[in-house]
Design a protein around this ligand. Structure first.
Ligand code: GDP
Ligand code: MN
Length: 391
């Protein structure tokens, strides 16, 4: 789960990580009010769930109230395109207005889950403010990496090592060490999966500070982090994914043309692989779950069909706990309820009650393509989606 910069900074402040004084606003006029109350210069920042806003024109340093007002007008309501939003961009509906910091140096600081070592890794670099991927690719020697043993947590010597390598001195060094320790505390207590400060800065006054903040939470910890639900901004999420989450469906929108309805995450992954191998691309990941009800199947199918990119649907079910006839009924019901389903549907049913399931499909009077086995199903679906005669 992603949250906005202003929300991440509120959490930082609670954990004692220095951030600029600021305020989230949804009204352009409030930027002027902030400037007049707190004094300038200020920075006006678009709040969207994507980075790279500075380069896209979503961050504006404003020395005067007039510039701040104009920046607020320009940024609010704009469709901000950055290297992380995709070409369609994101609509800006909130701004963060902050007291501008006097930057002496910009650095990069990130905490991520390293799945290879099963540890939280600290990534840091003196090269801040720019894309860290670029630094890692072109000048890997400028990346500082340290892994944290979960049994003992972040050791003070590790925090000092990072700050030393970042070239921090005096009060900035002390502040930096504290910042790392507080960030680690936040990371573990809040079940974050990523926390990125880019740039982390040292001000001309010698204070270490988080000038940007990006935090993702691990959705699997949602059950014990109930307060995270309030931080969710549904308008930033894919509408189909929001709809799917209402029915506890694991649905992720992708770029391809073959809509996939599969039970089990492993089979869903294998299905996507096979579609790719057959020369097409999956339009989504969808795991309807091991115990999908006819209603669940119907909802899944409806969501899948409302994706305009879908040119063919592949239903790939292995009946283990779920029975194939139940799935078949759900699909047939869904198509009848939706009406006018024009895209071809390839069905592969295997396992418990596969025969009964296929009978339901064949007797439905609807236009299904049945497949013999997994590979055949993937090939048919890929061919149909790509408009190749093969199927
Ligand atoms: P991003 O482009 O989405 O990562 O947004 P950032 O919050 O990182 O802002 C982009 C850039 O704007 C930073 O790297 C800074 O150079 C600049 N910037 C942001 N806040 C301030 C500020 O308070 N003072 C000054 N001088 N520059 C700022
Ligand atoms: Mn940034």
């Amino acid at each position: 789960m992603k949250i906005h910069e202003y929300q991440a900074k509120e959490i930082f402040a609670r954990y004692g990580i220095p951030v600029p004084e600021g305020q989230m606003v949804t009204e352009v006029g409030d930027v002027k009010r902030f400037f007049e109350e707190k004094g300038g210069p200020v920075v006006v920042k678009a709040q969207i769930h994507a980075g790279g806003r500075g380069k896209g024109g979503g961050v504006k340093f404003s020395p005067t109230v007039e510039v701040a007002e104009q920046a607020a007008k320009d940024i609010m309501g704009m469709t901000l395109v950055t290297h992380q939003t995709g070409p369609e961009g994101k609509l800006v509906q909130r701004l963060l207005v902050e007291k501008a910091a006097n930057i002496e140096t910009e650095m990069y600081l990130g905490f991520v889950m390293d799945r290879e070592t099963s540890r939280v890794a600290i990534i840091a670099s003196t090269e801040g403010g720019v894309e860290i991927e670029k630094v890692a690719a072109e000048t890997p020697e400028k990346i500082i990496k340290i892994w944290i043993d979960p049994a003992v947590g972040l050791m003070p010597f590790q925090a000092r090592e990072v700050c030393f390598k970042l070239g921090l001195e005096g009060t900035a060094f002390k502040g930096g060490v504290k910042m790392l320790q507080n960030l680690y505390r936040m990371f573990t207590e809040e079940d974050a999966s990523m926390a990125e400060i880019n740039p982390m800065i040292v001000t001309k006054e010698g204070e270490a500070m988080a000038l940007d903040a990006k935090v993702n939470f691990d959705d699997n910890a949602g059950f014990r982090q109930k307060h995270h639900a309030e931080l969710r901004d549904i308008s930033e999420e894919d509408p189909l994914e929001v709809e799917a989450s209402k029915f506890d469906l694991n649905y992720i929108k992708l770029d391809g043309k073959v809509g996939c309805m599969v039970n089990g995450a492993g089979l869903a992954m294998a299905t996507m692989d096979l579609i790719k191998q057959c020369g097409s691309e999956p339009a989504n990941f969808l795991d309807v779950g091991g115990s999908a009800s006819a209603e669940g199947v119907e909802n899944a199918f409806r969501i899948l069909m409302s994706d305009k990119d879908v040119k063919c649907v592949l239903i790939n079910i292995f009946g283990g706990i779920v029975r194939c006839d139940k799935v078949a009924n759900g699909v047939v019901e869904a198509i009848r309820n939706i009406g006018n389903v024009e895209v071809p549907i390839v069905v592969r049913l295997e396992g418990t009650n596969a025969k009964e399931g296929l009978e339901i499909i064949n007797n439905s009077g609807l236009n299904f393509h049945t497949a013999q086995g997994f590979a055949d199903a993937a090939k048919k679906a890929a061919d149909l989606a790509e408009g190749r005669g093969g199927a």
